[in-house]
Design a protein around this ligand. Structure first.
Ligand SMILES: [Zn+2]
Length: 154
C-alpha cells in the first residue's frame, strides 16, 4: 500500500519518509495531488475525521494512528494548552505588540497568562510591563477566553 511504503515503523512512532509539508507534517500524492497523509491514514483505517488532525507525541512526521487524534479546532487547542503549548495566535499577538527588545519565550508567555488567570496580575500590569496597549492585551485575552487561560480575569 502506498501509505505503508513510505512509513518507517519504530517501536513507538511511525516516521513518514515521504514528502513533508513546511510545518513538517506528512504529504502524500494521489493522482499528482498533494494530500495530508495523516488524514488519509485515519480515513483509510476508518477513523472518524474532524476538522483537524494532530499528534499526541509531538512528532509532526508521525503516522502511528495510536498517536493521532482528530476533532474540531477547539479540541485541538485544548490538547495543546494541556501540553503547555499555546495557540500560535496568542503568542503572536503578544510578541508582535511587545517591545522588540524584550524577548521572551513560550514559557514566559504561559506564566504571564496563568498569573493573569489566577488574578495575580491585571491587564494594566501586563500592558505596562510589555509595552502592549491595554486594548491589545484585552483583545488577546478575550479571544482566548474559551480556553482556560483567561478564566477568572477581571
Ligand atoms: Zn508518534
Amino acid at each position: 500500500m502506498l501509505l505503508l511504503a513510505q512509513i518507517e515503523e519504530t517501536d513507538d512512532c511511525w516516521i513518514w519518509t515521504g514528502e513533508l509539508a513546511t510545518k513538517g507534517t506528512p504529504i502524500i500524492r494521489i493522482d499528482g495531488k498533494r494530500h495530508p497523509a495523516r488524514r488519509v491514514m485515519l480515513e483509510t483505517i476508518g477513523r472518524p475525521l474532524g476538522q483537524l488532525v494532530w499528534d499526541t507525541c509531538d512528532n509532526p512526521a508521525c503516522m502511528n494512528p495510536e498517536h493521532l487524534r482528530s476533532g474540531p479546532r477547539r479540541e485541538f487547542q485544548q490538547a495543546m494548552a494541556e501540553k503547555g503549548l499555546f495557540p500560535k495566535g496568542l503568542q503572536r499577538s503578544l510578541l508582535s505588540a511587545q517591545n522588540r527588545n524584550a524577548r521572551f519565550g513560550m514559557q514566559q508567555v504561559r506564566a504571564e497568562w496563568l498569573s493573569l488567570a489566577a488574578g495575580e496580575t491585571t491587564y494594566e500590569g501586563l500592558s505596562e510591563r510589555y509595552g502592549v496597549s491595554l486594548s491589545a492585551v484585552r483583545k488577546t485575552c478575550q479571544r482566548w477566553a474559551p480556553l482556560f487561560i483567561c478564566q477568572g480575569v477581571r
